[in-house]
Design a protein around this ligand. Structure first.
Ligand SMILES: [Zn+2]
Length: 250
């Protein structure tokens, strides 16, 4: 498993015969800070701990929830078994904004690459339709769409917020283990592959990151803010978790 830890030694615990690795993200000190454990949809285990929490206290907190963590990680591994690697050939299914399309790869005459949605197809026309070329063309199209769709959704989510916020800047960054993040200075980073998810899941991720501009960790206040601004966020998150393997399979 990829280690997302920053400057920490290896973290792991043993559960039965298995070793489960996790990453620790040190959080700035604030009142009521506690150790929070998340299992990302991709199976990575992340632990948010106050900057001054000792190694022993982090390990104790993680061990206490080891059964829950291991359950989530193995559920992820079971789901992944059913996802085959992408081939980038005609007929393969492809998700965009929560809808399924089929790839249609056409050997074009001109050197120019064209990618468009047509009917139920994502049609790619390129002179040299080798798998790697099709993959690159698809990725380029995803980035273009993501830039446009995320800007629109960010505007929509900002308009519905019940607190005022200067419009953050946004950038795209392909990530294997995260949908998005935000910096304290207000820069939003979003994973372009998220554009494959339904709009309301995209809105959830954007709102989640905007809430972090106000509440920097996953405190109770953070979830209250989410609840207030998007009452059904839990079902959207659940839907996104279920789609993660398909969406992040590139
Ligand atoms: Zn978060």
């Amino acid at each position: 498993m990829r280690d997302l830890a920053v400057g920490e030694a290896d973290w792991s615990f043993q559960y039965g015969s298995e070793i489960v690795y996790f990453a620790v993200r040190r959080q700035p000190l604030r009142r009521n800070s506690s150790i929070n454990i998340h299992v990302e949809p991709e199976g990575n285990v992340l632990v948010d701990a106050p900057a001054d929490a000792s190694r022993a206290s982090i390990l104790a907190a993680v061990r206490k929830r080891s059964r829950w963590i291991q359950g989530h990680v193995s559920a992820f591994l079971r789901r992944r078994e059913h996802v085959l690697p992408r081939e980038y050939v005609s007929g393969e299914s492809f998700m965009y904004l929560g809808r399924r399309y089929r790839l249609k790869v056409i050997a074009g005459e001109s050197a120019e690459v064209s990618v468009k949605l047509r009917g139920g197809h994502l049609e790619l026309r390129l002179a040299n339709p080798l798998r790697q070329m099709v993959r690159e063309a698809t990725k380029g199209w995803i980035r273009d769409r993501a830039r446009k769709v995320f800007a629109d959704r960010l505007d929509a989510v900002l308009a519905d917020l019940n607190w005022r916020l200067p419009a953050p800047t946004m950038r795209l960054q392909a990530m294997n283990a995260q949908w998005g993040s935000c910096s304290p200075s207000g820069r939003l980073t979003l994973n372009p592959w998220l554009v494959k998810a339904p709009r309301d899941c995209i809105d959830y991720v954007i709102l989640h990151e905007l809430c972090h501009l106000k509440e920097h960790n996953h405190s109770r206040r953070f979830y209250r803010l989410l609840d207030k601004n998007m009452p059904p966020w839990r079902s959207r998150k659940k839907r996104l978790d279920e789609l993660a393997e398909v969406i992040l399979n590139m």
